[in-house]
Design a protein around this ligand. Structure first.
Ligand code: SF4
Length: 363
């Protein structure tokens, strides 16, 4: 065993924080079983070792109009192109009712950067939806990327935009649209979207303003291991800052994989093995976010193997046009997916929409 790998293993056993050299040693030199074993040690500091939680949810894509032009995206249409859409309230209700019919507890909204929508437009829609559904469903109202765009478009600073969303009843947004949080990566693939520090300014405003938020990461584009570690290191330091502030913090880290089909960037999907190893690295390196979520949407039943590599929570998705357009497949055979968790020794427990890693459904 290399000295560097030995040091990393010793640090995990002692409950010490890993540095980048440790992470690189684990990534390059630890075998799969070692990574799974070490990630499980850290997972067990937060969660029962044989239990995993899940929620049934959908991502409803309310518009495909987008001016960002990310080269890894198969979903968007530029304004004026054939095939653009923007769903109204009645169409959204129809879509959401389908999700609820599948037992869905949570609906996340995700759309393009639509140049004609303002914070007030979103707030008006959210108010109507909250009135219509009451407490029957929980909503992740938008991704942080959309939040940033619409706040700027409405000439509001982030704190002011958060106040408007709170008044409209918004409780949570997600850290979606993060992909790889590294400015060189962003310049290569989505130069018009945002810079990394702007992203964290927005997350800070959201959490300071009393909304909940999450962290996400997507791997499998053309990013280097250094760019992945830049993402994880900045995320970890941001969560340190939140913990020190005593204010709201990021509730979870969801990792999924790029789907390359029908995109300008193209490429090939990362293997399940690489995904699982990356999950383990996330669990080991990002030691201050309790919940690590594995992606059934992009890895199907293989995602459940992630429970052995440090993940503790997952979605059972009923739809997401963005990833489905790029090659993701959705299965409504929920029991078969849950059996994949049971076969490897985990008891899947349905949780409340807001209770990641914690209480059971209805809590
Ligand atoms: S990933 Fe999102 S922001 Fe980028 S082009 Fe697609 S819809 Fe627009």
């Amino acid at each position: 065993m290399s000295t560097a790998l030995h040091r990393a293993e010793a640090r995990v056993a002692a409950g010490q924080r890993l540095d980048r050299d440790d992470a690189l040693a684990l990534w390059h030199h630890a075998d799969d079983d070692t990574l799974a074993r070490l990630a499980s040690v850290v997972r067990a500091r937060f969660h029962a070792p044989d239990r995993a939680t899940y929620v049934i949810m959908a991502i409803v894509n309310y518009t495909n109009v987008c001016v960002a032009r990310c080269d890894y995206c198969a979903f968007y249409k530029f304004p004026g192109e054939a095939g653009t859409y923007l769903l109204g309230f009645d169409e959204l209700v129809q879509r959401i009712d389908v999700v609820a019919g599948h037992g869905g507890q949570l609906v996340g909204f995700n759309g393009g950067f639509h140049p004609d929508l303002s914070v007030h437009d979103y707030c008006e829609l959210f108010r109507k939806l909250h009135t219509h559904y009451g407490d029957r469903l929980a909503f992740y109202e938008m991704t942080i990327a959309e939040f940033m765009f619409v706040a700027k478009r409405s000439r509001m600073d982030y704190a002011e935009a958060v106040r408007h969303f709170r008044e409209a009843g918004t409780r949570w947004i997600t850290g979606g649209g993060a992909e790889i949080l590294d400015d060189a990566f962003r310049l290569r693939h989505s130069p018009g979207k945002y810079k990394v520090e702007d992203f964290y300014d927005a997350q800070r405003a959201v959490l300071d303003g009393g909304l909940g938020s999450t962290a996400t990461m997507v791997i499998g584009f053309d990013e280097s291991i250094d760019e992945r570690l830049n993402h994880l290191e900045r995320l970890r330091s941001f969560q340190d800052e939140r913990i020190a502030s005593g204010g709201g913090r990021l509730s979870s880290l969801l990792v999924w994989t790029y789907k390359p089909y029908h995109t300008e960037l193209g490429g090939q999907e990362v293997s399940t093995r690489e995904y699982l190893r990356h999950l383990a690295l996330c669990r080991l390196f990002v030691d201050n976010i309790a919940n690590l979520r594995t992606s059934v949407l992009t890895r199907n039943e293989d995602a459940l193997l992630g429970l052995r590599y440090g993940a503790n929570d997952f979605d059972l998705p009923t739809e997401d046009e963005v990833t489905q357009k790029a090659g993701a497949t959705v299965s409504l055979e929920f029991e078969a997916i849950l059996d994949a968790a049971r076969r490897i020794g985990f008891t899947p427990v349905r949780r409340g929409a807001w209770a990641i890693g914690g209480a059971t459904a209805g809590a």
